[in-house]
Write a protein that binds this ligand. Structure first.
Ligand SMILES: [Zn+2]
Ligand SMILES: [Zn+2]
Length: 295
């Protein structure tokens, strides 16, 4: 655990708050933008051969030992996750599951975090559709806190909003909804109706359901203000540290940036200073707008 690594390692625990920072100073050297062409397009630096989906170890790793990866969703530079369609998105889901299995099997990996930063507004330095993976050697605090809270009512059939006025999209086993206590405007939670601990556990049909729900939900975000919605997306799944985690319930969080067309929602001092988020959009209204937004 991070608490076992005071001082020397990259993990630093703040004595005031107990929060953990991971210091990777040399990452500052990474380029903001590639100098020539797109490195993710076929023939580019990271993708010399044609491909449908592809992963590789991040050249500018936030963590050592090949524990950070880049996942390319498609060879089409101008696509988005939403435009991949059910078939294209299913390929990505399969690759996420494969990477979770392979990274999670390593002795030095306790948690596989799959995520995406979409849009330059949230720091995506390359436009080509892609996501990332951090394979932590600890169970990170946010994931651990959810697991220890272990409230199955967050996701189950009676999850607040999942079957009601805050439901946004539903494809077979998977649903997306605006959480009751959303801290971001238009925030979404995606989860299967019944517990599935992690991506590798999903069978074929349930992977299709996840793919369809993701495509549909992200397309709605783009339709909402008639412009591509910058967002942060991450999956929470069962840790791979070999311990028993009965409360693990695979789900995805989506934190979209805009609260109105072209207007970012900033996390401000009153929020950082209090750890209480002030959401200017009523979650019921957010869900209604997203249901009406044509994917
Ligand atoms: Zn490209
Ligand atoms: Zn979560």
């Amino acid at each position: 655990m991070a608490e076992d690594r005071p001082g020397e390692g990259p993990y630093r625990t703040d004595p005031l708050t107990g929060e953990i920072a991971y210091v990777v100073a040399k990452r500052q050297a990474r380029p903001n933008l590639p100098s020539v062409g797109c490195p993710f397009c076929p023939g580019g630096l990271e993708a010399p051969q044609p491909y449908d989906v592809k992963w590789f170890t991040n050249r500018w790793p936030a963590m050592p030992d090949g524990r950070t990866e880049v996942v390319l969703y498609t060879s089409d530079h101008d696509a988005t996750f939403a435009s991949l369609g059910a078939t294209g998105a299913r390929r990505v889901v399969d690759l996420w599951a494969e990477r979770t299995l392979e990274l999670g099997a390593r002795d030095d990996v306790s948690y596989v975090l799959i995520f995406e930063n979409k849009g330059p507004e949230v720091g995506a330095t390359i436009a080509h559709p892609h996501g990332q993976i951090y394979a932590f050697d600890v169970v990170p605090p946010r994931a651990r806190a959810e697991l220890e809270r272990g409230d199955a009512s967050a996701f189950g059939p009676d999850a607040p909003g999942a079957g009601s006025e805050r439901l946004v999209s539903e494809h077979g086993e998977w649903r997306s909804w605006v959480p009751w206590a959303a801290s971001w405007p238009y925030e979404l939670l995606l989860a299967p109706r019944n517990p599935e601990p992690d991506l590798p556990s999903l069978d074929g049909p349930h992977r299709d359901d996840l793919a369809a729900t993701l495509v549909d939900s992200l397309a709605r975000l783009d339709s909402l203000f008639d412009a591509p919605m910058p967002y942060m997306l991450w999956f929470h799944q069962r840790p791979t540290d070999g311990r028993h985690w009965p409360s693990a319930w695979l789900h995805a969080h989506v934190a979209p940036l805009y609260r109105a067309g072209g207007t970012p929602r900033f996390v401000a001092a009153g929020e950082l200073g209090s750890d209480v988020y002030f959401n200017p959009i009523d979650p019921d209204d957010a869900a209604a707008a997203l249901r009406e937004a044509c994917p």
